[in-house]
Design a protein around this ligand. Structure first.
Ligand code: SAH
Ligand code: SF4
Length: 340
């Protein structure tokens, strides 16, 4: 049976009107599911009995099963979710002063092969469906009895390698009759698949785009992020600039600080050179060591020196706060701890 979480409100409207039902019932249905959290079609009393029975016979509501849950000292919660085909994916819930954010995965494993990333240790087995991403939000809200206000698509996988389902997911969670997660509260992080960044620009949806840069020269970036061979820095920076021109949203460049690799002042200067003049800011990310790799986090002195140099060069720069690192829950450090 098909899960109803896969469909946008527009798609449900079309489905209902072609079945002879009122289009408006799609909005009511969204309200029941996403606002009132009623997960039984038969209880949706303002829909006709006939429609309730039709929905009940044609659609299911599938939720992921919580395999494991860990809570960090700073109240960050990491879930290992098990999907219908037994694939395991993680999601992380973070509590902030401005609301609750969830970091969701977009694929089972990742094929991009970044040299520092735990997610890439497992090759991609498949893309996640929009419904699976949506249901992880619903399940987490249900489990914690909390409202999720911000979504970051920064878990395992490369979201721009699964663009259609990710766009559908964004449409569903942003719907004003549904979860109503503001478009500006949604962030997508990419390793830099240039043609897909242009495709995203064409859609002109003002989500926050974060680009994992991590190195200011092609030589180094190709070494730690093989995707750079296909889409080198010049093309990537141009795509980022175009994204801003079209959507008016400032790009975030993520820059992971790796000791002795990309954290010198020379690198800071090169970074300032390549992004100068762009309406963007740099988010410096502390590295969470992964035991299979030799990389280490930069020490505090180098981090501060790097940060100050970018500031001096007129770059907008922020330092990402560590969250959940005692339970390896930092975004980008997600990996299944079970064999699958
Ligand atoms: N595939 C996308 C989104 C998932 S990774 C991307 O690469 O952007 C999310 C972020 O976490 C990326 O910036 C990634 O480079 C970073 N990351 C990966 N491994 C990490 C680690 N061990 N510590 C800190 N950040 C890491
Ligand atoms: Fe994939 Fe992103 Fe990890 Fe690279 S950093 S391997 S693109 S999840």
């Amino acid at each position: 049976m098909d899960t109803i979480f896969e469909y946008t409100r527009n798609e449900i409207e079309d489905m209902l009107s072609s079945g002879g039902y009122k289009k408006f019932s799609a909005t009511q249905l969204f309200g029941w599911i996403y606002k009132k959290k009623t997960f039984d079609f038969l209880l949706m009393t303002n829909l006709s009995k006939d429609l309730r029975e039709f929905l009940n016979s044609a659609f299911s509501m599938e939720f992921p099963v919580i395999d494991k849950k860990e809570i960090s000292k700073d109240s960050t919660v990491k879930y290992l979710y098990s999907l219908k085909d037994n694939s395991k994916v993680e999601a992380v819930l973070m509590h902030h002063s401005y609301g609750n954010s969830i970091c969701v995965s977009s694929q089972v494993g990742c094929n991009m092969g970044c040299a520092f990333c735990a997610s890439g240790l497992k090759k991609k087995t498949r893309n996640l469906r929009a419904a699976e991403m949506v249901s992880m939000i619903l399940q987490t809200e249900r489990e914690e009895n909390e409202k999720i206000t911000h979504v970051v698509i920064m878990g395992t996988g490369e979201p721009l390698d699964n663009l259609d389902e990710v766009l559908k997911f964004i449409n569903i969670i942003n719907d004003p009759y549904g979860l109503e997660i503001g478009i500006r509260h949604i962030t997508l992080s990419t390793s830099g698949i240039v043609p897909a960044i242009y495709k995203l620009s064409e859609k002109n949806i003002p989500i926050n785009l974060a680009i994992s840069l991590h190195a200011p020269t092609d030589e180094l970036r190709t070494r730690i992020m093989p995707i750079n061979k296909a889409y080198p820095l010049r093309d990537l920076i141009k795509a980022a600039s175009d994204y801003f021109d079209v959507t008016g949203r400032r790009i975030t460049f993520e820059y992971l600080l790796l000791k002795g690799i990309n954290d010198s002042l020379l690198m800071a200067d090169k970074l300032a050179d390549i992004i100068r003049g762009l309406n963007a800011y740099v988010n410096l990310i502390p590295y969470n060591p992964v035991k299979e790799f030799k990389f280490e986090a930069s020490d505090e002195k180098s981090v501060m020196a790097f940060y100050s140099r970018l500031k001096e060069r007129g770059i907008n720069v922020t330092l990402r706060k560590r969250m959940g690192d005692d339970i390896s829950a930092a975004c980008g450090q997600l990996r299944s701890t079970v064999k699958s």
